[in-house]
Design a protein around this ligand. Structure first.
Ligand SMILES: *Cc1c(COP(=O)(O)O)cnc(C)c1O
Length: 430
């Protein structure tokens, strides 16, 4: 199906990568709950292990159910290939792994998911890698942060905690000029709202845990390759361009061309890091993706309605949703994510910290959880939870000040959501 570019998004989200099961005719993609696959003979086994033939060996590397999901996400993002893995955070490490080495750095946006800030500022140091945090609205600062040891540029399309849209066209122009790949986390937007590859992204990463699965059931991640980056040209990416000792000196870029990154991700990344997605998890995500466009349309419509209502309420100080005309990022929405700014945003309560805590406790439909992108509406008061350990300045910088509440708008009736917010606001300000 990926050979048929004329199919629309709604068709591809149901059909891309899937075909009736060749053995049984099963229409829905079966869960291939198996660890290993029988070789036809010793020659077949040898060819598979040498990467001379593509096929299934062992499910740490490849699995038929996971393979359908990989093809589906790659198609929806407009990439040439994809590798699924165990979580969004695994996808970020898997994306950086072939590019980085001790002493190398990645230049990242200051506006990121909280867990990504920790991963990039602390944990990757254990590999000898480092991250430089820059305001991606300051293109001169971005350019200045790139040095000879930089191997990638990383940002989110629609960034946490909500309301910020990255100017991907401008950022990719800077990365291009420096000869570096741009990695875009497209979790909050999904390929329905934003297609980063069309704006110059080299790689797109996802936490499939969120909107792609859509109902809060499984964790997963994915790395999509645009196939457009020339890994051999600069000499900066030896894992992809130089002989790989563990495969008899095979050069991924030379042998697999535009699929080099994808093959490396499976043959080296999953083989040795082992951050594998399980077939049951892939099944849940495949079920979710079938309705992605329908859900995203409703998430966006509800977010617009609820944010407009909040914005005019006198108990609310301000709302950060980029889909509001009052947002400084409103212009970028039509260019970067023309079908809407997503379902995630923050707002400030006039009553401050105490009012936020009362408000979160009083909500009935909204669940107080550390998650987003569920069919259910979710809420979190970052200052008393996820951002609790940060200083007051760090909280402010992260858009998680004591007066801020983050909500992930679900696909329930918008009027019910508004009524719930209204009664909780009344209790919070009583
Ligand atoms: C949740 C999330 C992640 C991390 O994904 P996990 O599946 O929880 O590991 C990364 N980036 C963004 C934007 C997220 O929302």
């Amino acid at each position: 199906m990926s050979d048929a570019p004329s199919y629309g998004f709604d068709t591809l989200q149901i059909h891309a990568g899937a075909r009736p099961d060749p053995a049984t005719g099963a229409r829905q993609t079966p869960i291939y709950q198996t660890t290993a696959y029988v070789f036809r003979d010793a020659d077949h086994a040898a060819a598979l292990f040498n990467l001379q033939e593509v096929g299934y060996i062992y499910s740490r590397l490849t699995n038929p159910t996971v393979a359908v999901l990989q093809e589906r996400i790659a198609t929806l993002e407009g990439g040439v290939g994809a590798v699924c893995c165990s979580s969004g955070h695994a996808a970020q490490i898997m994306a950086l792994f072939p590019l980085m080495a001790p002493g190398r750095n990645v230049v990242v946006s200051t506006r990121l998911y909280g867990g990504t800030v920790t991963q990039m500022s602390q944990t990757i140091k254990r590999f000898g890698w480092s991250a430089k945090f820059v305001d991606f609205d300051d293109l001169d600062a971005l350019e200045a942060a790139i040095d000879d040891d930089t191997r990638a540029v990383f940002c989110e399309s629609v960034a946490n905690p909500g309301g910020y849209i990255t100017d991907l066209d401008a950022v990719s122009a800077v990365a291009d000029k420096a000869g570096l790949p741009l990695i875009v986390d497209n979790t909050s937007a999904t390929p329905y709202l934003c297609r980063p590859i069309e704006h110059g992204a080299t790689l797109v990463v996802h936490s499939t845990t969120k909107y792609l699965t859509g109902n809060g059931t499984v964790t997963g991640g994915c790395i999509v390759d645009s196939g457009k980056f020339d890994w051999a040209a600069s000499g900066k990416f030896p894992s992809l361009s130089e002989p790989e000792p563990a495969y008899h000196g095979l050069k991924f870029a030379e042998t697999f061309g535009p699929l080099a990154f994808t093959f490396h991700g499976i043959a080296v990344g999953l083989r040795d890091l082992g951050m594998t997605m399980n077939p049951q998890g892939a099944h849940y995500t495949l079920m979710g993706i079938e309705t992605l466009s329908l859900r995203m349309e409703r998430h966006v419509a509800n977010a617009v309605k609820v944010s407009k209502w909040l914005e005019q309420d006198e108990r609310v100080d301000f709302v950060t949703y980029a889909g509001l005309e009052s947002s400084p990022y409103y212009e970028r929405v039509s260019r970067i994510c023309p079908k809407g700014a997503g379902g995630l945003f923050t707002f400030a309560l006039k009553g401050g910290y105490e009012a936020c805590v009362k408000f979160v406790n009083a909500l009935e439909i909204f669940s107080h959880v550390a998650n987003l992108g569920d069919t259910r509406s979710l809420v979190i008061h970052s200052a008393s939870t996820t951002h609790r350990q940060l200083t007051a300045e760090q909280q402010e910088a992260a858009g998680a000040g004591p007066n801020m509440v983050r909500i992930s708008i679900g696909i329930e009736d918008a009027d019910d959501l508004i009524a719930d917010l209204d009664q909780a606001l009344a209790k919070a300000s009583a």
